[in-house]
Unconditional design. Structure first.
Lengths: 86, 455
């Protein structure tokens, strides 16, 4: 089982890591010049944004599960696998 | 050895056949255990109360840590009762359990305490004496019933010896109380007589297993519950869920790929690039792999906090590697420059990483002249030996490290960032006046040491 629901926090941190690696790679290949402390703001910002985005996504999933559960037409909310959704 | 059918030989049966039997094998006890069952097993093996071992090992642990080291290694080396393999063997075959980790941790902490207390010889002597005394007591306790058993083998001379050996009961039945029960007394505790009769007296350990299993398999008149200390093991475990609820983790794969990328990136640039660039290439490759893995895991597979943490650490290391000065090379060399004359002194000496020595002790600088030179070492140590009689005008720059000037104690190491010092070192009084040496020394990471040659 590999496929799962979208997790935007991982995407944000992963994209930030890729961008950082590309920026430093360009610096190493003398394509452009970046300051050595670029990692600090990029990683801190990415972690902060990832936390925010994960929180929002969790709220959206919980709300949709609650509405689905209230309509009582589909599957109960607890079948989505999360313990916190009642 | 099963614990499901506890039984116990009756008191007054004389078991002469068991007298010849060897002592119980050295096994960690499953029932009388506080931490790992080592003391209970030792007590069973040597027919001595485990509390003695507990107290002695506790004292040894506090006074020098040897007790912890011994306990940790005994935990690793002694197999549990009824099992073939010891924890150490399991560890070596890759089956790491919490118990073996705890044992290793215990031994490590013990080693740390031992090393920190190595200087106090009296404490060490006390530990050795205590260990020797305990070993002697244990040995005596193990050998004593054997000799008395031989005496008991002659039934005419001694029909019933008060100290007669009874067989060491099997593990699951009861702690080795038989000797104490027959003696009805103990040198550290008064017996507890429940009903005033002279029958079976329950002498428990100070701590350890409680109660004694009688012949009917009851403890204190009650049938032990399953899963309790004397009861049969509880077999009804919760079954493993057959449906996997969380997606498979790809963190291990990402970690391995990142390691491979880091190794490849560093190895490919090691020979051609300076140290910082080479390391940064490998780390950038690893960071790219971590980023790809995180992006993939937002749809497919699971990565946890560990992968994010590794990515952050890799980014921090990458920034550090880029901050390294470019003049630090990947090879560590030792270089000594010894210009014989003033004319042979070059205006500049360079070394990437290593130990550079500029030996000017044989240099004769005529009075009124000035000799200038610059030495640059990326990382490592720069030693300059100046002649005894010259005036040295020194300008030293150290990115991060120490500066040693003549007159400082050799162990006076003061590491500071961004050192930039300009000094004038005058020759000691009484020497013939000579010329001036103008030194400009630069070390990115390491130590500058200026010494004056002895005449």
């Amino acid at each position: 089982m590999l496929l799962h629901e979208f997790r935007p926090g991982r995407l944000v941190v992963g994209l930030a890591s890729l961008a950082l690696a590309a920026a430093y790679g360009g610096e190493l290949a003398d394509a452009w010049s970046v300051p050595w402390w670029l990692a600090v703001p990029v990683m801190c910002g990415a972690l902060g944004v990832a936390g925010l985005v994960t929180w929002v996504a969790y709220g959206v999933r919980r709300r949709s599960a609650r509405s689905r559960s209230a309509e009582s037409t589909g599957a109960p909310a607890s079948s989505s696998g999360s313990q916190a959704m009642r | 050895m099963t614990s499901s059918t506890p039984s116990r030989p009756t008191q007054h049966e004389a078991p002469p056949a068991a007298d010849a039997a060897p002592a119980a094998p050295l096994r960690r006890s499953r029932t009388s255990r506080v931490v790992g069952g080592v003391c209970g097993g030792l007590g069973r093996h040597f027919d001595l109360d485990p509390v003695i071992f507990r107290i002695v090992l506790g004292v040894l642990a506090v006074t020098g840590g040897i007790g912890l080291v011994f306990y940790g290694f005994a935990w690793l080396l002694m197999p549990l009762v009824g099992e073939e393999e010891s924890e150490g063997r399991r560890l070596l075959t890759g089956r790491v359990s919490g118990a073996s980790l705890a044992a290793i941790l215990m031994a490590l902490v013990g080693c740390g305490i031992f090393l920190s207390m190595l200087r106090t010889g009296s404490l060490l002597g006390f530990a050795v004496l205590l260990a020797l005394a305990t070993a002697g007591a244990a040995h005596w306790s193990q050998r004593r019933p054997l000799s008395e058993g031989e005496a008991e083998a002659d039934p005419v001379a001694k029909p019933k010896a008060p100290h007669g050996r009874v067989p060491v009961p099997p593990e699951a039945k009861a702690p080795p109380l038989t000797f104490l029960e027959r003696e009805m007394s103990s040198w550290w505790r008064d017996p507890i007589v429940k009903d005033g009769s002279t029958g079976k007296v329950a002498i428990g350990y100070l701590w350890g297993p409680h109660g004694i299993v009688d012949a009917e398999g009851k403890v204190g008149g009650e049938v032990p519950r399953p899963g309790s200390q004397w009861g049969p093991p509880r077999n009804a475990e919760r079954p493993e869920p057959s449906v996997r609820r969380s997606p498979y983790s790809i963190a291990g794969l990402v970690h391995l790929l990142a390691l491979a990328a880091a190794a490849a990136g560093t190895a490919l640039t090691w020979d051609t690039q300076p140290l910082g660039t080479s390391l940064a290439t490998g780390l950038a490759a690893a960071l790219g792999v971590f980023g790809l893995g995180l992006v993939v895991s937002s749809f497919l597979g699971r990565t946890g906090f560990g992968t994010i943490f590794q990515a952050v650490v890799t980014a921090a290391l990458l920034a550090g590697a880029l901050a390294l000065p470019d003049k630090i090379t990947t090879d560590w060399t030792r270089q000594t420059w010894t210009p014989p004359t003033v004319a042979a002194v070059q205006p500049r000496y360079d070394l990437g990483a290593g130990v550079g020595t500029l030996d000017l002790s044989r240099l004769a600088v005529p009075e009124g002249t000035t000799v200038s030179t610059t030495v640059d070492v990326g990382a490592g140590k720069l030693e300059v030996v100046v002649p005894e009689d010259v005036v040295v005008r020194l300008h030293a720059q150290v990115g991060l490290g120490d500066l040693q000037l003549p007159g400082q104690a050799p162990d006076d190491i003061d590491i500071a960032p961004d050192r930039d010092e300009t000094r004038t070192l005058n020759p000691p009084a009484g020497t013939d006046p000579a010329g001036t040496l103008d030194l400009s020394l630069e070390v990115g990471l390491g130590q500058v040491e200026v010494t004056r040659a002895a005449s």
